[in-house]
Write a protein that binds this ligand. Structure first.
Ligand SMILES: [Zn+2]
Ligand SMILES: [Zn+2]
Length: 231
């Protein structure tokens, strides 16, 4: 009976509460979102809009990341930043299906060859304290629409202090040897899923761990992309 009752509750926009359209994100809020329209072909970092398509940013030209391609539909700016913080720190999980609906078109277009999802793992102590992993919530929502397994044997081997407030070089050091694969990797092109990508250090280290475990290539898909704030 419960699913039937839940179906009767009108869907409202997660940003403005509008219930008229029955959408998780109403058309007005959808238009107002900070879309990441102009980005580096490789790392997904926002670039100035005049740059031709298919060109990599200066950082990627200098040193290509371990992952083959990263994409984020949104900038980490209002109202996306506060919504992601509410999801992560106040367990406002109604944002998970809303953001997953924005990831889905990118997953099916830019990452159609991927054969598994990988939620950026939390160390078990942090998982126990927080009670959930926001990246896992996004994977669960995506899996309602695509037939991809979530790899459960990709783990954080040691607790790492939060990346917030650390410089780019400190972030890299902080994550040395942080991730690993327990047992056999059962995917050749896993797709890392997370809420926000900042310097890319987390995804870089996780991608390297997946490549070391036998992945042929690795993709990264996050809700938002930030170059200034911590993840
Ligand atoms: Zn709205
Ligand atoms: Zn780049």
């Amino acid at each position: 009976m419960l699913p039937t009752v839940l179906n009767l509750i009108p869907q409202c926009c997660v940003f403005c509460g509008d219930i008229k359209n029955g959408l998780r994100i109403c058309t007005r809020c959808m238009d107002a979102l900070p879309w990441n329209d102009a980005f580096c072909e490789r790392c997904g970092q926002p670039v100035f809009s005049g740059q031709p398509d298919g060109v990599c940013c200066a950082a990627c030209q200098q040193r290509a990341p371990a992952y083959a391609k990263a994409r984020s539909p949104l900038h980490y700016a209002f109202p996306v930043d506060s919504a992601l913080k509410a999801m992560k720190f106040r367990r406002q999980l109604m944002y998970a299906p809303a953001f997953a609906s924005l990831l889905l078109p990118m997953l099916t277009m830019a990452f159609r060859e991927c054969d598994a999802l990988v939620a950026v793992p939390l160390h078990r102590w942090r998982y126990i304290r927080r009670g959930f992993n926001q990246a896992d919530e996004l994977c669960s929502e995506l899996r309602k629409h695509v037939e991809l397994p979530t790899l459960r044997n990709v783990v954080r081997l040691r607790p790492t202090p939060t990346q917030s407030g650390l410089s780019s070089s400190m972030r890299k050091k902080n994550l040395q040897g942080a991730f690993g694969v327990r047992g056999k990797l059962t995917a050749s092109y896993p797709l890392i899923i997370d809420d926000v990508m900042t310097t890319g250090a987390t995804c870089e280290h996780l991608a390297r761990a997946l490549l070391d475990a036998g992945a042929k290539k690795v993709g990264v898909l996050t809700v938002a992309r930030s170059s200034t704030t911590a993840n």
